[in-house]
Design a protein around this ligand. Structure first.
Ligand SMILES: [Zn+2]
Length: 290
């Protein structure tokens, strides 16, 4: 069942769970993720970053939409970190049901202006919008080229931003970073700040860079009202670690001989995250049983 993220997360907000947004820029990661979500009856967000879309191509979208239409599991398809208006409109034209506009590196006034413009265009197409406030750090050399430093989201900024832009969800910076942390770095979430923001704004809150934070903190953030958590590095890391191992057998050539074990490895991470976010067995809430 294909939904936009506003409708998907309204249920999560009501029932205190977080829907994982898995970055799936290959059909193997997509296939494994969808099968695991069906098995666990777990609502899901398929996230595709503009760089990932550029690599896999626009034709990937019809496949994601088809899979979403064939399952009873609620699915939203979200453009992850749209950088400008053009990228967002392109995504809407492809059938994304949700878009993120990340203008968090701009001054607040400019972030509000561009996010508001995106909201007006997206809502006309029943597409929901995720904005970002504060700066989520970068833990390694992959992914978002923002700041190594985390700039925490201010509560009053969050109130003003959501009110003036009309965005449907808000990504907050409370101490996570994109990518995988170096071994000597121990990430720590500012859960007190999260509680303050949650009490002050009504839209569902989003945590980016959720790979690598201690499980207890993530579980706690879900209890305190995070409704979407982005996971990218963790599933890819598991998938390709297994690939390297499997490919030591140099005689292997067929995709159906190489990939099943790799999909199984990423699926184990997908399952772990779903249970950690309290997202398992929540499909029923979308069909009027609660
Ligand atoms: Zn992110």
């Amino acid at each position: 069942m294909l939904l936009n993220m506003r409708d998907l997360l309204a249920v999560a907000n009501k029932h205190y769970f977080a829907v994982p947004a898995f970055n799936t820029s290959s059909n193997m990661l997509l296939k494994g993720t969808m099968e695991t979500c069906e098995r666990l009856q777990a609502p899901v967000i398929i996230a595709i970053h503009p760089d990932e879309l550029k690599f896999i191509g626009d034709s990937f979208l019809p496949m994601v939409i088809d899979l979403a239409n064939r399952t009873t599991v609620p699915v939203a398809i979200n453009l992850d970190h749209g950088a400008n208006f053009e990228q967002v409109v392109h995504a809407i034209s492809l059938g994304f049901t949700s878009v993120m506009i990340d203008a968090s590196s701009l001054p607040l006034e400019e972030n509000i202006a561009i996010t508001k413009k995106v909201v007006e265009a997206a809502h006309a197409a029943n597409v929901s919008v995720e904005g970002e406030l504060g700066t989520i750090g970068t833990a390694d050399d992959y992914g978002e080229k923002t700041s190594k430093k985390i700039i925490y989201t201010e509560v009053e900024d969050a109130v003003r931003f959501t009110k003036e832009t009309g965005c449907d969800t808000l990504a907050v910076a409370i101490g996570t970073a994109h990518g995988l942390y170096p071994k000597d770095v121990k990430p720590k979430l500012a859960l007190d700040r999260l509680q303050e923001i949650k009490a002050a704004v009504s839209v569902p809150l989003v945590l980016h860079g959720g790979s690598g934070n201690p499980d207890e903190e993530i579980a706690q953030s879900v209890k305190y009202g995070i409704n979407k958590i982005n996971i990218s590095s963790d599933i890819k890391d598991a998938f390709y670690k297994k690939c390297r191992e499997v490919l030591k057998d140099e005689g292997l050539r067929e995709p159906n001989a190489i990939y099943p074990e790799c999909v199984k490895a990423s699926n184990a991470v997908v399952e772990h995250k779903i249970r950690l976010f309290n997202d398992d067995d929540k499909v029923k809430y979308y069909y009027g049983e609660a």
